[in-house]
Design a protein around this ligand. Structure first.
Ligand code: KDG
Length: 316
């Protein structure tokens, strides 16, 4: 039995030790990236059971990815080793002037070759939630059809579908991407977009209007990330704004959205109301930004209690 199952590509992340143009960076840290595995690790750190479906190459980077994700307690029994394609990598570039940029080397990667036959119906049917992101849809046609098949299986077995549009315009032509993502929103129960993403999909409206528009498309719950403004959570009965969680210093924002999603879905798994889910999601998103790396800052329940001042901590 799983709480959540997700499907997507994980990449080896090379994160520069210094800020500035990659042209002049000499040293990188090797870390793990991949929105869906970030999410699964987030869920696992909170004490729930997650499974991740993917492919990796038959190479050392694939081994690295599997050992990290397995080590975080996420089930990888449905990950295939693809003998003919490589594991993907990506680089971050930290620029004090223009923020963070990412550069992908993932075209034709092992995970982009995932196909509907990779799915095991019983495995998906054993979860409470299937979590999808727009990245997997944008990877390749076979990845997109795999996602659609997984959603079909989820619907057949009464598994809830949560969806983060995670728009990556570097991966797919933007009109096509919009069409593909709207198609999945229509089939989802919970949608977790960023405000800019929702505008890209539905037009230049205010956040509350966009939440209502998404609900009109079929989902039952929307949790919209508003960055420094916090988030909006909505269902058919209410629409609530939740202030952002403040942290002393933001180091790296990549991965914060996945942490937010993990917090929100964790709350739903616990049967909480959407406001309480949104508060935890905000806290986790903020905590993630205080650490370099996509997964390193994902908190445990104990970390959250400590951050909230709910437990006494003796440092020395
Ligand atoms: O949400 C964080 C992801 O963006 C990062 O881990 C890498 O999966 C990734 C992507 O496609 O951008």
């Amino acid at each position: 039995m799983f709480d959540v199952i997700t499907i997507g590509e994980s990449l080896v992340l090379f994160s520069p030790v210094n800020t500035g143009s990659l042209k002049y960076v000499e040293y990188f840290r090797k870390q793990l990236g991949g929105a869906e595995s970030n999410f699964a690790i987030g869920i696992s750190r909170l004490g729930c059971k997650a499974g991740w479906i993917s492919r990796v190459g038959d190479d050392s980077f694939g081994d690295y990815i599997l050992s990290i994700i397995r080590g975080e307690g996420v089930d990888i029994s449905k990950v295939k080793i693809d003998k003919t394609s490589s594991t993907a990598v990506y680089f971050k570039e930290f620029n004090e002037l223009n923020g963070t940029k990412v550069y992908y080397y993932r075209n034709g990667s092992a995970a982009s070759k995932i196909e509907p036959d990779d799915l095991d119906e019983d495995y998906i049917a054993s979860a409470k939630y299937l979590h999808i992101t727009g990245i997997t849809i944008a990877l390749s046609e076979s990845a997109r059809t795999t996602v659609l098949k997984a959603i079909e299986i989820a619907h057949k077995n009464n598994i809830k579908v949560s969806f983060d549009p995670n728009i990556r315009k570097k991966l797919c032509e933007k009109n096509l991407l919009r069409k593909y993502i709207l198609e999945v929103i229509n089939k989802s129960d919970i949608v977790l977009p960023g405000y800019e993403e929702a505008k890209f999909l539905l037009g230049d409206y205010k956040p509350d209007q966009l939440c209502r528009k998404i609900l009109e498309l079929g989902p039952k719950i929307v949790a919209m990330k508003l960055g420094k403004e916090g988030c909006l959570v909505a269902d058919k009965n209410k629409l609530i704004h939740i202030n952002a969680t403040k942290v002393k210093k933001v180091i790296d924002t990549v991965g914060a959205g996945d942490g937010f999603d993990a917090g929100f879905i964790y709350g739903l798994l616990k049967g909480w109301d959407i406001e309480k889910c949104g508060k935890l999601a905000n806290d986790i998103g903020a905590i993630v930004t205080t650490v370099n790396g996509d997964i390193e800052g994902l908190p445990t329940i104990r970390d959250i209690m400590e951050f909230r001042g709910d437990i006494e901590v003796i440092d020395r």
